[in-house]
Design a protein around this ligand. Structure first.
Ligand SMILES: *Cc1c(COP(=O)(O)O)cnc(C)c1O
Length: 231
C-alpha cells in the first residue's frame, strides 16, 4: 500500500505519551476514511468514535470486528436498532425515551449496553444533554431500577467552545462534581459510575486536570475534517 498514514500513528503516539495510562483515548473518526482508521488500528488502537449511525455501520462492516465502536453523536431512538448489535459504548444518551429504547433493543440481542448520560454543561444552546436535576431524577427513578439490559457507567459532557480557559475549567469541574455526587448518592442496580468522558482536541489537557478518564480526540489525530457527513 502506498499510503501508510505515518502522521496518524505519530499523532496517536504523541497523545498517548502525554496522557496518564488510566485514561482511555477514543479516536474520533467521523468523516475519516476506512483506510485511516485501519492505519490507527494497525498501530494498536481499538477505540473509535463516530457521530452518525449510517457512517458507523458502514465502517463497522469494512473493519476488523474487535474494534470498540463508541457512538458519540446525538442518537435518535428510532435508530438504536441499527447499532445495538455491535456498539461498545453509547456516549450521548440524553432522554429517558432513548434509555428505554436502548434497554428494549439490547434485550432482543441479549446484550447489556454500556451508556453514558450526556450532561449539558456548555453555555451554548445547541449542545444536547440533560441538565443535572433531570439526570439525577432519572438515575433514581423506579423505572430505571427494573432495567436489565442497559448499564449507565458514566457521564459525557462538552465544554463551551471558547478560548476562555477558566470557563472551560469551571464547566469540567462542575461535571466532575456531579459525577462524584451520583457515585455517592445513587443506588440503582444498573448505574455504576466509572467513566467521565470529557475533553476533545482543544481542551483535553484541561479536562484531564479536572478528572476526565476518557477523552475523545479527532482533529489532533486525523487532521482537520473536510466536511461533516450528514446522517
Ligand atoms: C467531533 C467530536 C469530537 C472530536 O472533536 P475534535 O475537536 O476533532 O477533537 C469529540 N466529541 C464529540 C461529541 C464530537 O462530536
Amino acid at each position: 500500500m502506498m499510503m501508510m498514514y505515518d502522521d496518524i500513528k505519530e499523532n496517536l503516539k504523541e497523545i498517548k505519551k502525554q496522557i496518564p495510562s488510566h485514561i482511555t483515548l477514543v479516536a474520533v473518526s467521523k468523516s475519516q476514511s476506512v483506510d485511516k482508521i485501519k492505519a490507527a488500528y494497525d498501530a494498536g488502537y481499538m477505540d473509535f468514535g463516530e457521530n452518525y449511525v449510517q457512517e458507523m455501520i458502514e465502517k463497522y462492516e469494512h473493519l476488523p470486528k474487535d474494534i470498540r465502536w463508541h457512538f458519540i453523536g446525538h442518537l435518535q431512538s428510532n435508530k438504536v436498532k441499527y447499532i445495538i448489535s455491535f456498539v461498545h459504548i453509547i456516549h450521548g444518551v440524553d432522554s429517558f425515551k432513548l434509555i428505554q429504547e436502548i434497554n428494549q433493543q439490547a434485550l432482543k440481542h441479549n446484550r447489556v449496553i454500556h451508556c453514558l448520560l450526556q450532561i449539558h454543561i456548555a453555555k451554548e444552546e445547541t449542545k444536547f444533554g440533560f441538565n443535572e436535576d433531570d439526570a439525577f431524577q432519572i438515575l433514581n427513578s423506579n423505572e430505571l431500577k427494573t432495567m436489565k439490559n442497559i448499564k449507565i457507567i458514566g457521564l459525557m459532557g462538552m465544554a463551551t467552545n471558547t478560548d476562555n480557559i477558566e470557563l472551560v475549567k469551571t464547566e469540567f469541574i462542575g461535571l466532575k462534581k456531579f459525577f462524584d455526587k451520583i457515585k455517592e448518592d445513587v443506588q440503582t442496580p444498573c448505574v455504576n459510575m466509572k467513566i467521565l468522558s470529557m475533553g476533545m482536541s482543544d481542551d483535553y489537557t484541561i479536562a484531564i486536570e479536572c478528572g476526565s478518564n476518557m477523552i475523545r480526540i479527532g482533529t489532533m489525530i486525523f487532521g482537520e475534517r473536510k466536511r461533516s457527513i450528514k446522517q
